[in-house]
Design a protein around this ligand. Structure first.
Ligand SMILES: [Zn+2]
Length: 725
């Protein structure tokens, strides 16, 4: 599970294509003017740039040979699937990935500019980091030496040192401390973090959770018969050999290390059992931890992890999400030979560092990735380095993006759409027949205080605030690994120092990572977020008819609003606390409706790989997809009503405006996946594949069936339908 309860709109593959930059404000106003002018002149055809571009994309993606009532996704995206070529270094290509590519190349242009005396100092540090990342000559000259030095500090790696390795000097607890001090992931056996108290989200608690072995967790559950597990072994062996281990020893000892991980998966609770949040809420004092799990010196352990700037005493209450896991891991660690534990902990650390070392250290990972995803090409270095910067300096990159590329008028336009969508959610809540009056009142209150964050927080334009956040960060030119570790350490330090600070639910730092093509529902803040990165074409443009914007960004907005009332969102009250505000009878009716969605989606099988969708883990996303498109369609009808008549798109005049809404919706989902990557992608994602995200909700929609005149019983208009909202 994530310690941070946040629902994203989707997961999209990273970027690589160069396109032109966003229009500036002047161009935008001009576009709007031309929109009015051109639409009037052409009488019925919309000839604005936004319309022409959308029409071109929609026509290019569509396969008119497929009947809309048979498979709407293939009708809208069939030609995209036939003609798109997945870049050799990618697992998929999609409408999203194209926007991400554009965004990424925009950021790259700024990172490659010379350092500047104006603007925040952190921009120059980012450029320094980017240059260090790009300097492959230095990385290759250094080889794996920087990591060898660290392995020595950690007490040596048994698989490399052989008999020289001294087990009496090893303790998993001390190794955890050292990893934390150096900036590596210290959550290798127990997952510790600081996050909102589920039941009182104004304060933080220390969270003690099971570890996350994703993305390999489900494969490890299958053991050695799974080819990805065998490839994982080979990846580890190759890496260990690079650090000096003899092949036969590496083969043998790393098999033991993976067996240890396989054993862990036996008691790691799977995602589908983590959806009832009350079960995860177990408050314990440090005293109690000592009593239940006595082999760990808890007070010292936790203080060592969260310190030195902050400390706790034995009365501190911490949240233990999986008490059973804690007992099992404690016992497993006690009975496992130190050599195996050390190989596990240190090899994980080595693997996490290889991306920041020389080419030969990165090669074993590429071989492994090929087995996992079919991707046989390494990423262009500059793209890889832009991704690193975007991930590690997300607030600063957000600031850079809005200063250089974001059309700020989009914010107002998007706010209007959000308000219209919220009205539709309220309408649905007011009119559902299965909810008792009090629960309905509670739901409407929750909806009323839902907070909206659009575009970016103003603080991103404040040089001092941005610089203060990154104060004392040290980037070492020519030393990528140290720079990365400094960044990690700083972000973990920051998270722990916030432990006893009250939570500011509107903090700009929570909503400032805006250079992303995604949208979020922060369920513990009862807030939705539409970052600057998604407020652009093909999701949104001011110079387009209602059906295009509501079909695209409207359904995204509806999706996020509906998360407020999905199976997890509905466990949170209007303050963002896990608290039951449901009458028992209404909750039962809700669960019946959710079960229908679970059953429907569990029946979908990804044909290419024979993979069945997990209806339980995807239910939150599916409820949100179904509600989102319904709300947006209703809001679209309102918008169209106000405009009287809508303009047609060139070449698509034969479709009614209502039909165009559905086409616009499907079009933003066009995605081609590499077949080999699909299992990995969908075992680790709460979102089903694009085809199901389109056909699932539409086959539940009477509006869709009517607009395309799909006969009852056709594939896209089955007699049995599911509806939560
Ligand atoms: Zn979602």
């Amino acid at each position: 599970m994530n310690l941070r309860r946040m629902r994203a709109f989707g997961k999209f593959s990273p970027a690589d294509k160069l396109t032109t930059i966003m229009p500036c404000k002047v161009l935008f106003v001009l576009n709007l003017f031309l929109f009015l002018l051109q639409c009037v002149r052409a009488d019925i055809l919309c000839q604005t740039l936004g319309c022409l571009k959308s029409a071109e994309d929609i026509k290019a993606n569509m396969d008119p040979g497929v009947q809309p009532c048979d498979n709407f996704y293939k009708f809208a995206c069939g030609n995209f699937l036939k003609t798109s070529v997945i870049p050799p270094d990618r697992a998929s290509v999609s409408t999203f990935s194209k926007i991400e590519d554009r965004l990424s190349s925009q950021i790259k242009t700024v990172l490659e500019e010379p350092q500047s005396a104006s603007g925040p100092h952190i921009f120059n540090l980012m450029k320094k980091f980017y240059a260090t990342c790009m300097d492959e000559d230095t990385l290759d000259k250094l080889g794996v030496q920087p990591m060898k030095v660290i392995i020595e500090q950690l007490g040596g790696l048994p698989v490399v040192d052989g008999d020289r390795w001294d087990s009496s000097r090893f303790s998993w607890i001390n190794t955890t401390y050292k990893l934390r001090d150096l900036g590596f992931n210290h959550n290798l056996l127990i997952n510790i973090g600081a996050g909102p108290d589920f039941k009182n989200s104004t304060r933080r608690r220390l969270l003690i959770d099971q570890v996350d072995l994703k993305p390999l967790e489900d494969f490890l559950r299958e053991g050695w018969r799974n080819k990805n597990v065998r490839a994982y072994h080979s990846y580890m062996v190759k890496t260990a050999v690079l650090f000096g281990a003899p092949v036969s020893r590496a083969f043998r000892e790393l098999k033991d290390s993976i067996d240890f991980e396989i054993t862990m998966t036996k008691f790691i609770v799977p995602d589908q059992e983590l959806r009832n949040l009350s079960y995860l809420y177990n408050l314990m004092s440090v005293h109690t931890l000592n009593k239940y799990y006595p082999s760990i010196p808890w007070l010292e352990f936790l203080n060592r992890i969260i310190g030195p700037k902050i400390s706790i005493d034995s009365e501190e209450l911490v949240m233990v999400t999986q008490p059973k896991y804690m007992s099992s891991i404690e016992r497993l660690v006690q009975i496992t030979p130190k050599r195996i534990l050390a190989n596990y902990m240190l090899m994980q650390t080595v693997l996490s560092s290889s991306a920041y070392l020389c080419k030969s250290a990165r090669r074993p990972y590429h071989d492994f990735k090929y087995v996992l995803t079919g991707v046989n090409s390494t990423r262009i270095r500059s793209q890889r380095c832009v991704d690193e910067v975007a991930e590690k300096f997300s607030l600063a990159v957000g600031s850079l993006y809005v200063r250089h590329f974001f059309d700020r008028t989009s914010k107002e336009n998007a706010l209007e759409l959000v308000n219209n969508l919220r009205q539709e959610m309220d309408y649905i809540l007011q009119n559902v027949s299965w909810m008792d009056p009090q629960t309905k009142k509670n739901a409407l209150e929750k909806s009323k205080v839902l907070k909206v964050h659009i575009g970016y927080p103003d603080e991103l334009l404040d040089d001092d605030k941005i610089d203060l956040h990154y104060k004392d960060l040290r980037i070492v030119p020519g030393d990528l690994l140290t720079s990365v570790l400094n960044l990690y350490k700083k972000s973990v330090d920051y998270a722990y120092t916030q432990l006893h600070e009250p939570i500011n639910k509107t903090s700009w730092k929570e909503f400032g990572s805006v250079a992303t093509v995604n949208a979020f529902n922060h369920i513990d803040k009862n807030a939705i977020e539409f970052p600057a990165g998604i407020l652009q074409e093909p999701y949104f443009a001011a110079d387009r008819p209602c059906f295009l914007n509501y079909g695209a960004i409207g359904t995204v907005i509806g999706h996020e609003i509906t998360h407020t009332f999905d199976d997890e969102g509905s466990q949170y009250d209007k303050f963002g606390n896990v608290m039951n505000w449901w009458d028992d009878e209404s909750k039962m009716r809700y669960n019946e409706k959710a079960s229908c969605i679970i059953k429907q989606y569990s029946n979908y099988v990804i044909e290419d790989i024979g993979f069945r969708i997990n209806g339980i883990t995807t239910q939150g996303e599916n409820i949100a997809d179904n509600g989102g498109v319904k709300e947006s369609y209703r809001a679209y009808l309102e918008c169209a009503k106000q405009k009287n008549a809508e303009y047609k798109l060139p070449g698509l005049e034969n479709f009614s405006d209502k039909q165009m809404f559905w086409i616009s919706f499907a079009n933003v989902w066009c995605t081609k996946y590499r077949k080999e990557a699909m299992e990995l992608l969908f075992k680790n994602d709460d979102h089903p594949p694009a085809e199901i995200r389109v056909n699932g909700p539409l086959s539940n929609s009477y509006d869709f069936a009517r607009d395309f005149q799909c006969y009852s019983g056709s594939k896209m208009n089955p007699k049995h339908k599911c509806e939560v909202w």
